[in-house]
Write a protein that binds this ligand. Structure first.
Ligand SMILES: CC(=O)c1csc(NC(=O)C2C[NH2+]C2)n1
Length: 130
């Protein structure tokens, strides 16, 4: 019904705002676009579910997410993939793992501070009803 569409529109506005703020943070530059397979040819042999901030935005606009939890499953892929693809002790791996952990912590802090649990509960109810 119309009220449900109003809730989902507000969800998309919130998720777009969070995702755009992350995309503006220079620490997360490596996570803003899909990994370039020409530059990193073995990436898709290691990472089965690539994800990046621009793809999150596209998914939001395509109404892929009905709850924040669904969005979080994809957002978590970004830093999880980076930890998986960069496991070594060399400085480059450590550098990107540090930024991946900063992304994880930043997303969690934003949702803790800015997402009302009652709002997410309403989104979950809409999801269950469909
Ligand atoms: C997005 C992401 O996780 C990414 C992009 S390049 C990269 N890692 C490297 O290029 C090498 C440093 N050791 C492998 N990781």
């Amino acid at each position: 019904e119309e009220q449900e569409e109003d809730v989902l529109r507000e969800l998309r506005l919130f998720l777009r705002n969070v995702t755009e703020r992350l995309s503006l943070d220079r620490r997360f530059k490596a996570f803003t676009r899909p990994v370039d397979i020409e530059e990193v040819p073995d990436y898709l042999m290691v990472i089965k579910k690539p994800m990046d901030l621009s793809t999150l935005l596209t998914n939001i606009d395509e109404h892929k997410y009905v709850t924040v939890s669904e969005f979080m499953l994809d957002a978590d892929l970004i830093w999880q993939n980076a930890l998986e693809y960069n496991p070594d002790s060399d400085p480059m791996d450590r550098h990107i793992r540090h930024r991946a952990c900063a992304l994880k912590d930043t997303v969690r802090a934003i949702l803790r501070d800015e997402l009302d649990e009652d709002f997410e509960r309403v989104c979950e109810e809409i999801k269950e009803s469909r």
